[in-house]
Design a protein. Sequence first.
Length: 241
Amino acid sequence: MTQGNEHILVVDDHEDIREPLAKYLRQNGFRVSKAANGNELNTVLRGASIDLVVLDILMPGEGGLEICRRIRETKDIPVILLTAVAEETDKIIGLEMGADDYVTKPFNPRELLARIKGVLRRTNSLPKQYSTIDSGHVSFGAWILDVNRQSIRKRRTSEDISLSTVEFKLLMAFLTHARFVLSRDQLLDLVSNRESDVFDRSIDNQVSRLRKKIETDPKKPEIIKTVWGGGYMLTVDVIKT
């Protein structure tokens, strides 16, 4: 997708923010739809293919955080939140709910434009998920993942090995993109929001920890292989059971 084809949905109950922002984004080559609340957003999403949502947190009725959560549950659309300066908690909650970025009000339109381009660039560079995994059991190589319990066990054994939240998210990223090469930046986007402290340490260290749990010889990995100059790839078949 090249710039000029992306369709941005601006959701803000303040007309003096919504209208100028929509005009500015159109001037910079985007198609733009507008919504003043959650109901109008629903109408737009039913009738158009949206590539990114710019979403105000504070709105009457259904708030931006709830809308963000709902979008994440039903759509694979990136979301950038508009927040007020004093809403540090809301920023964190929004990112935990799956928002891709946030911009603090009052904002410079050029900053928001740069954030939009950055999120779209990262999103468009990610390989498509070959499968959605949200519950049940998944087998990969000699292992079975219990999604609900966030634990793994080897076939024909009953001993569960617990995964940390970070390990679980990282493994899920690999399982839903099996046999795709994932760069370090792509892994960061798939398993974190870049504002979280979870991945402040090197992504390589996180992969190393996961390998220690699933590889026969972590120094000679066969399940998650390093692709020199590229990143990492899960090399085994994935079967949802």
